[in-house]
Design a binder for this molecule. Structure first.
Ligand code: LLP
Length: 428
């Protein structure tokens, strides 16, 4: 395991810091568990991402689902990046964060009628449609709401290129049998069918083949399939002026070599050579994962044979990835273990589920004790966003750090607050 320390998250005088703030000091102000993010790291990631993709004229739409905190979205919007959305809620948040409608792409396999209407009324830049049925509904709604002055809805068809991706089975999305995308043959038929529709214009093809991918080969294969399809569509008189290639670029959770922006941008540029139109990507995890930590305290060191349990105050409801995908997040003591004597622990949370396990036989300080702080690395993506209040636990707060300034950007959502939705039961 190599620790993904960065210049923004590292030990200073044996105490873990995020930019100019000590985690220990933050933990005295915000009760554990809490998430904390580095603004400098986010800006560095955005800069690297823009440099890599701008060099090849590839547009970037941040996949909001990875982390939808308003303050993160505001920062991303301020850097001129567009967004990829999958719900009316994300559309609402992105709007509040100041993202221009033109820079919004609406993806998602099951958009509801009301979500589609919301997006039509917002005049968003592009719809990525995932079924013939959704396209039919969108066409009807577009006709109903058309005021003759607005341009036709710009629609890309998300296809399922049926490529094998070497990642966790729960996060592959571009293989036959996955619920996502339209069969390539059907996409061709749909382009013909909607050729002269008065309110919608099929402008391109989209794909997203999965997440936490390290190899470029499946991207190459999928893009080649999309281009073959684009040629067929064009031969039949259709217009493919957008190729939206999704996200999925793998990051280092301690044991991986990341698929860096420059590498994948270069591969995409090679595979889209000669394509006249807009090429876009939708990175999520790779922009935000390594900006964040989850900070937790040890509740108990429970002696047990052969492995003692380290029972934390964070649980699967705060960070679901280990329980859901057997994901491993590097874990470190906040006060550095200077003796380097370690012992193996099973690191678990207090939730009443056997899957509430963060790590098995994991080496940490031999002398770790109740009250000590530990932190999970790479917890900026698919972490706070997936938290919930199972076992009637509070929803975990989020802190944003900029140099020596720390801001509480999401308050702890307490049971008292949550109960407000239940106490005044209304007869229906
Ligand atoms: N575009 C679309 C249409 C997507 O569905 C996704 C992610 C992305 C872009 C961004 O993918 P990324 O660059 O973040 O890999 N909760 C899982 C990951 C689920 C990803 C869902 N779709 C996890 O924690 O690993």
């Amino acid at each position: 395991m190599t620790f993904p320390f960065t210049k923004n998250i590292h030990y200073q005088n044996q105490s873990l810091s995020i930019e100019g703030c000590s985690i220990e000091a933050l933990a005295l102000k915000v009760n554990t568990p809490f998430y904390v993010y580095s603004q400098a790291r986010l800006l560095d990631n955005i800069t690297a991402c823009k440099a890599a993709f701008d060099a090849h004229n590839i547009q970037i739409h941040y996949a909001v689902k990875a982390n939808c905190n308003l303050h993160i979205l505001q920062l991303i919007a301020s850097q001129g990046i567009g967004v990829d959305l999958v719900s009316g809620g994300e559309l609402y948040r992105a709007t509040k964060a100041g993202v221009q409608a033109e820079k919004m792409v609406f993806s998602g396999v099951g958009k509801s009628r009301s979500e589609l209407i919301q997006a039509i009324n917002m005049h968003i830049g592009q719809f990525n449609v995932e079924s013939a049925e959704e396209l039919a509904l969108l066409a009807t709604l577009a006709e109903d709401t058309s005021d003759n002055t607005s341009r036709k809805l710009q629609v890309a068809l998300r296809v399922n290129p049926n490529v094998v991706v070497n990642t966790h089975k729960n996060i592959t999305t571009g293989q036959k049998g996955n619920k996502f995308g339209i069969d390539m043959d059907l996409a061709l038929t749909l382009f013909e069918h909607y050729a002269n529709h008065p309110s919608i214009e099929l402008v391109g093809l989209a794909m997203h083949i999965g997440s936490q991918i390290f190899e470029v080969a499946p991207y190459r294969e999928a893009i080649q399939k999309l281009r073959l399809l684009a040629t067929k569509i064009q031969e039949k008189g259709g217009n493919v002026s957008v190729l939206d290639l999704g996200g999925g670029f793998g990051i280092n959770y301690g044991e991986n070599t990341p698929l860096d922006f420059a590498t994948i941008a270069h591969v995409i540029a090679e595979e889209t050579k000669g394509f006249r139109g807009k090429v876009a990507v939708e990175p999520g995890r790779s922009l935000v994962a390594d900006i964040g930590l989850l900070v937790s305290r040890v509740n108990y060191v429970k002696e047990s044979h052969p492995t003692p349990f380290l029972i934390l105050d964070a649980a699967m409801n705060d960070l679901m990835r280990p329980a859901l995908y057997q994901a491993s997040h590097p874990i470190k003591e906040v006060i550095q273990n200077t003796t380097s004597a370690t012992r193996s622990y099973d690191i678990v949370g207090p939730v009443c589920e056997s899957t509430d396990i963060f790590a098995s036989k994991y080496p940490l300080d031999t002398n770790i004790k109740a009250g000590d702080l530990v932190t999970f690395f790479c917890a900026g993506a698919y972490s706070a966003v997936m938290s919930n209040s199972y076992n009637s636990r509070d929803i975990v707060p989020e802190v944003f750090v900029n140099g020596q300034n720390a801001t509480l950007v999401r308050e702890r959502i307490t049971q008292e607050a949550l109960l407000q939705y239940e106490v005044n039961a209304k007869p229906l």
